[in-house]
Design a binder for this molecule. Structure first.
Ligand SMILES: [Zn+2]
Length: 111
């Protein structure tokens, strides 16, 4: 089962994870997200697929996971399964219940 429903969800989950990383790690993630978000908004003749976008962002995420001893110890695959599920649940709970204007709405961009 894929970790994320689509790139938009992947983007929100990674955004929620940002504070876990060093400024350098955050910079890498933000740069990848910005270039992928551009792909999304440009109407290209051969658009990059949603799966490729998820893959690219996951690659960058894995490159910064070395910063987290817990993730290194647990193994990136296991750690991601657990953390992504937590964040996806939080987002789903939020989307269902929020009437707008909360911290998640303000801080997590929704593409
Ligand atoms: Zn909200």
């Amino acid at each position: 089962m894929p970790l994320y429903r689509d790139y938009k969800q992947c983007h929100r989950v990674v955004w929620m994870m940002l504070p876990m990383f060093s400024l350098e790690g955050q910079g890498k993630l933000l740069a990848t997200m910005m270039s992928l978000d551009n792909e999304l908004s440009n109407e290209l003749e051969y658009p990059i697929s949603d799966a490729t976008m998820r893959y690219n962002l996951t690659q960058t995420l894995q490159s910064v996971l070395w910063e987290l001893p817990e993730a290194v110890e647990m193994g990136f695959g296991e750690w991601l399964k657990q953390e992504v599920a937590l964040k996806v649940n939080a987002l789903e709970y939020h989307d269902y219940n929020c009437k707008g204007g909360c911290r998640i709405c303000q801080e997590i961009p929704n593409l």
